[in-house]
Design a protein around this ligand. Structure first.
Ligand code: COA
Length: 475
């Protein structure tokens, strides 16, 4: 971990301590006092007051757009000191994309770069490379998601980085792994298509569909975060860094693995849990789009609720879970289905799913999605309301758990962000606003890299941390 010593924050101010922790110095895990088994002595501090899970890990964050930034933001929430390196004058392209407030960093940027520090460095400037070299020596992990070859073109090849800092973990997101497409640039929807998600999403009669969940970008960022913490853990034993690669196609496929399961099942007959089976539509050679069919062994569908004519989200996802079939029959007013040979067993029901869900929908249309949720859950019947983003933004319980967090930003004001969806019982999440472009440049140069005031003054005039002067460039 970064070569620093830990100080303790005040007991009652966990959050404040969490904020400070990124700046604090920590002991190496391997140098903590052993308890006789070679393991660190258990902390005597109460749960939640022993610092953050990744405290002491320092990350050189060369990420941009979404996939990489999601990964490093999560690591920052967990306590890592994430230093985001951005191009002087421009920064991460998303700062200016989909802007809602003039001259302020967009929500696209702010919601993916919370709790990080920003330093501007021109990596193609000799002085900029000198600063980067110092950063490489002091960081534990370099994370990047440039187009294939861009990091090497900067001169930061694995061999170069590894030689400078043999403990450095170099983690990358690329669109594709080694193979025919390895040199291609990739964005979210390309990954959804190449990873098998789009061909299996949507309705049978319609074209392939991409999903709103960013499984290509944020999904791969999550995979990368797991790769990084695994590599950090292995480094405790080996003392050396390694490369971590997550291809977006692989990440999407991992999240779509149930469809590869179904592809293999197809060899042995039709997929009986798909409505298509009951409707007598033959299956082709590949897994079809299943609409809202459940991907698991318990058939489900989306049903209209009261108000559906005017409210696009007045729907409920309903699952005909076999163990509660009798309860379902009683609640919807079809008690004879409990023993009727056409409905009594899961197998008998499969060819009749359209009829069954049609009947349940007659019932759900008489109540709102929330009334239906309450009623069915009293009987232990699994279901869920289709929540709009407005309902999620207003949801009190998501605020209480810190999954939705409001933060304040100096130029755009208050905004909502998604906090840490992973809850650790001994590590509070550190969720703060995103940095302004280059906000921490001087702080990092002096406090992290040890440059003196006169050296910083020299760096400032060198052009390594400032945008090129356009008038000079034109002349
Ligand atoms: N100083 C100087 N140059 C910098 C810099 C800095 N601080 N930071 C970046 N650059 C340069 C790089 O060196 C590179 O230049 P080069 O191509 O001349 O070598 C360039 O900026 C960035 O390149 P690139 O990553 O190709 O950006 P792009 O906007 O053309 O492509 C992607 C964007 C997302 C398509 C591409 O980065 C990509 O495919 N990434 C991998 C997959 C991925 O993560 N996709 C999901 C994005 S959400």
């Amino acid at each position: 971990m970064a070569n620093k010593k830990q100080k303790n924050g005040k007991k009652s101010k966990v959050r404040a301590a969490a904020k400070k922790s990124a700046r604090k110095v920590v002991k190496l895990a391997s140098s903590t006092k052993a308890n006789g088994n070679g393991l660190p002595k258990p902390s005597s501090k109460p749960y939640g007051q022993a610092g953050l899970a990744l405290q002491g890990v320092r990350i050189l964050d060369f990420t941009h757009v979404q996939s990489g930034p999601t990964c490093t933001q999560l690591l920052a929430y967990m306590g890592a000191d994430v230093i985001k390196v951005e191009r002087p004058g421009a920064g991460d392209i998303t700062r200016g994309q989909l802007r809602d407030v003039p001259n302020a960093d967009s929500l696209y940027f702010t919601m993916l770069n919370g709790t990080k520090r920003s330093i501007t460095i021109d990596s193609k400037h000799p002085k900029g490379m000198e600063i980067l070299n110092r950063l490489i020596k002091t960081c534990d992990v370099l994370v990047e998601n440039f187009a294939p070859g861009a990091l090497d073109r900067m001169g930061l090849t694995w061999d170069y980085v590894h030689k400078l800092n043999p403990r450095m973990i170099v983690a990358s997101v690329k669109g594709f792994g080694p193979g025919p497409y390895e040199d291609c640039k990739v964005y979210e929807n390309v990954a959804q298509c190449a990873g098998g998600a789009a061909s299996t999403t949507g309705f049978r009669e319609g074209p392939p569909l991409v999903t709103g969940a960013q499984i290509g970008d944020s999904g791969t960022g999550l995979h990368l975060a797991l790769g990084i913490v695994s590599a950090l853990y292995q480094r405790i034993r080996t003392g050396r860094g390694q490369r971590v690669l997550c291809a977006m196609q692989d990440g999407v496929l991992n999240l779509t693995r149930v469809k590869l399961r179904d592809q293999q099942r197809l060899k042995h007959g039709p997929l009986t849990e798909f409505r298509q089976y009951g409707e007598g539509v033959p299956f082709g050679v590949a897994v079809p789009r299943g609409g809202n069919d459940s991907g698991g062994g318990q058939p489900g569908w989306i049903l209209k609720c009261k108000g559906w004519e005017n409210d696009p989200d007045a729907y409920l996802y309903f699952i005909t879970q076999a163990p509660v079939w009798n309860e379902i029959c009683d609640v919807i007013g079809e008690p004879e289905w409990k023993t009727h040979p056409d409905f009594a067993t899961p197998k008998a029901r499969l060819p009749r799913l359209t009829q069954i869900f049609g009947r349940i929908e007659q019932f759900t249309k008489t109540m709102t999605k929330f009334e239906a949720m309450d009623l069915f859950n009293k009987h232990d019947i699994p279901c869920g309301p289709i929540l709009s983003m407005k309902e999620i933004a207003d949801d009190e319980s998501l605020r209480t758990t810190g999954t939705v967090v409001e933060v304040d930003h100096p130029t755009r004001g208050k905004y909502l962000t998604v906090g840490n969806p992973i809850k650790l019982s001994d590590s509070p999440a550190d969720v703060r606003r995103s940095p302004l472009l280059g906000e921490h440049t001087e702080e990092i140069l002096s406090k992290v890299l040890g440059y003196s005031a006169s050296q910083i003054a020299e760096i400032k005039t060198s052009g390594a941390i400032t945008a090129p002067d356009k008038s000079k460039a034109a002349a």
